[in-house]
Design a protein around this ligand. Structure first.
Ligand SMILES: Nc1nc2c(ncn2[C@@H]2O[C@H](COP(=O)(O)OP(=O)(O)OP(=O)(O)O)[C@@H](O)[C@H]2O)c(=O)[nH]1
Ligand SMILES: [Mg+2]
Ligand SMILES: [Zn+2]
Length: 350
């Protein structure tokens, strides 16, 4: 375990997000936070410094408790083995219907999800809607960060478009090149706050980290089509000079975005609010009798495009659910459902 004699308590756990919620879960052992994971080895921050830890045998056999970046864990006395993963406050995850481990936790115990989209070209509304749903699903607070503002001549109208797309969510603009908005971002990331950056490859996530910290982490050239080529390949926590903690993760593709009902309700708060007046509680807002949402579209209180997006995402959600159920039932037919759980494949893969 590394220890800095000049600064005897370099890691104040509260600054790193430690709270009563976690304290109440432990009686013995050393608490620490998983800062990165690499094929079964974990870099853990504790009060006395960083340690390189593995997981205990019992954890290894119980794949539902596999540590993810951002997790609070308890180390055994020797300080090199993770004995327990504490219950998560929030988690940003994606479902993997086709994999043995169904859910991949991208970030644990986050307070804020920075939904990062570049605006040096047209705002990708489709992406924003889905990222917002996933961010809301995590249980943390989403904030939209529109990057590369130096490359846009229509910043105000794009901000307006983003606000219309995710009503009630704060929208800010940044430029890692000019420094615009970086101070504002810094003020959000104060001690005790953990944020994760969620966005496509090439959106400018790592550049934000570099602009905040003056660091020089690897960024990527963006191709003509706007897609980056995964400059960042691992998930990692950074302690910021502003006191907070920032998680940089690899870019996510539109295809990988998974969605849940709660996230849908929250990201489409305008539709959810109107739906409370629909005659049927399970109204699909699609020709159903007494539909208040369609009535709102007819009287121009809700845009038709907005309802269209809601329907599309809901259809995708139902489709995802169906394929997951099919997966489970075909597994059962093959008699695999009764097999003991396999050892976890490493969750730190892309
Ligand atoms: N003009 C301009 N370019 C930017 C800005 N921020 C990032 N870029 C450029 O956009 C490209 C991608 O930036 P990255 O920070 O690597 O993107 P990323 O989201 O971390 O990408 P992944 O790690 O692959 O997910 C780089 O070439 C950056 O120089 C900005 O504010 N203005
Ligand atoms: Mg990156
Ligand atoms: Zn309805």
């Amino acid at each position: 375990m590394s220890f800095d004699p000049v600064n005897p308590a370099p890691f104040q756990l509260e600054k790193l997000g430690w709270s009563k919620f976690f304290q109440n879960q432990i009686t013995t052992g050393t608490p620490g936070r998983v800062a990165s994971a690499n094929h079964g080895r974990f870099l853990v921050w504790t009060e006395t410094g960083e340690t390189d830890a593995s997981v205990s045998g019992s954890l290894r056999r119980n794949s539902t408790l596999w540590p993810a970046v951002g997790d609070w864990v308890v180390l055994r006395d020797d300080g090199e083995v993770i004995a327990t993963v504490l219950t998560r406050k929030t988690k940003l995850s994606r479902k993997q219907p086709e994999r043995e481990i169904r859910e991949q936790v991208l970030a644990a115990n986050i307070d804020v999800v920075l939904v990062v989209l570049p605006i040096d070209r047209e705002l990708n509304v489709l992406m924003l809607e889905r990222l917002a749903v996933m961010a809301f699903d995590s249980g943390a607070t989403p904030i939209v960060v529109l990057t590369k503002s130096d490359g846009s001549h229509v910043v105000d109208s794009v901000v307006h478009e983003a606000q219309e797309t995710v009503p009630g969510v704060a929208v800010m603009t940044t430029s890692s090149q000019s420094g615009h908005g970086i101070e504002e971002l810094r003020s959000i990331l104060h001690p005790g706050v953990t944020a994760v950056m969620l966005g496509a490859s090439g959106a400018g996530k790592t550049s934000l980290l570099n602009a905040l910290e003056g660091s020089n982490e690897l960024t990527v050239e963006v191709s003509r089509g706007g897609e980056g080529r995964h400059a960042t390949t691992t998930r990692r926590l950074y302690r910021l000079t502003s006191g907070g903690v920032l998680l940089d993760i690899p870019g996510i593709r539109l295809l990988d975005l998974t969605i849940g009902q709660q996230g849908l309700d929250d990201a489409f708060a305008d539709v959810t609010q109107l739906a409370m007046s629909c005659r049927f509680t399970d109204c699909a807002h699609s020709g159903d009798e007494g539909c208040a949402v369609e009535a709102a579209v007819a009287s121009a209180r809700l845009s038709a495009r907005r309802l269209e997006s809601w329907r599309t995402i809901r259809d995708e959600m139902i489709q995802q659910e169906l394929s997951r159920e099919q997966e489970v039932s075909s597994r059962k037919k093959k008699g695999r459902g009764s097999k003991p759980k396999p050892a976890p494949s490493f969750d730190d893969e892309l």
